[in-house]
Design a protein around this ligand. Structure first.
Ligand code: SF4
Length: 205
């Protein structure tokens, strides 16, 4: 088969005939943006990218989510990889283990004051991306969010990405997943742009 006929989004000839292909390539650029911004910030703070992501996650999430198994699911990595990153952060005195009193074989991960300082320095690593998004008007942002939400939901259903705290997997969600959404916890209808991907009140359905 001629090279230009190969049906791949990474084939520039195919991109000119299909919007889907162009969207895939654009999303790949976003993955690069994240990778670059994360690397820069991690390097400056003598951390690996996953160590930095773990610190930020621990800073913003509840105790029952601050466990190795939960982190492995969150970052789509093996428990062994997460355990290595955790060991390294413990050696750097940025996190400590705390036994879970409800299950003494299990433990939570807590930030130390050095870990908290590191998260304060790095929490805005995606600032350049946020600034570009801020340039969109309200309608553009809403449409972008709704489209991305639909794509990520579809990937989640195919088992490719884990979304542990989003509305559609929450026991408080009621609706048709298209136009009608209601949160029983808030006792409020939700507009499309109000759906959550990382909700602190989420409980698995
Ligand atoms: S509690 Fe949060 S995740 Fe659950 S339906 Fe309400 S807003 Fe969505």
């Amino acid at each position: 088969m001629a090279r230009e006929n190969l049906k791949s989004p990474f084939n520039p000839h195919q991109q000119s005939v299909g919007l889907d292909h162009k969207i895939v390539v654009t999303l790949e650029k976003f993955a690069e943006v994240f990778r670059v911004l994360l690397w820069e910030q991690a390097k400056e703070n003598r951390l690996s990218p996953i160590q930095l992501q773990i610190l930020l996650f621990l800073n913003f999430h509840s105790a029952d989510q601050r466990k190795v198994a939960y982190l492995a699911k969150e970052f789509n990595m093996t428990k062994a990889t997460i355990s290595d990153a955790v060991k390294s952060l413990i050696n750097k005195e940025m996190i400590v283990k705390k036994v879970d009193k409800a299950d003494t074989r299990s433990f939570f991960l807590n930030l130390t004051s050095a870990g908290k300082k590191a998260t304060e320095r790095t929490a805005l690593f995606s600032g350049a991306l946020q600034a570009s998004i801020a340039e969109l008007d309200g309608k553009e942002k809403e449409n972008l969010f709704r489209s991305l939400f639909k794509v990520i939901q579809s990937l989640n259903q195919k088992g490719i990405v884990s979304l542990q705290r989003m509305c559609f997997s929450c026991r408080f969600y009621e609706g048709d997943r298209e136009n009608k959404h209601f949160c029983q916890f808030l006792n409020l209808p939700l507009k499309g742009a109000e759906l959550r991907v990382d909700c602190p009140e989420h409980e698995p359905s």
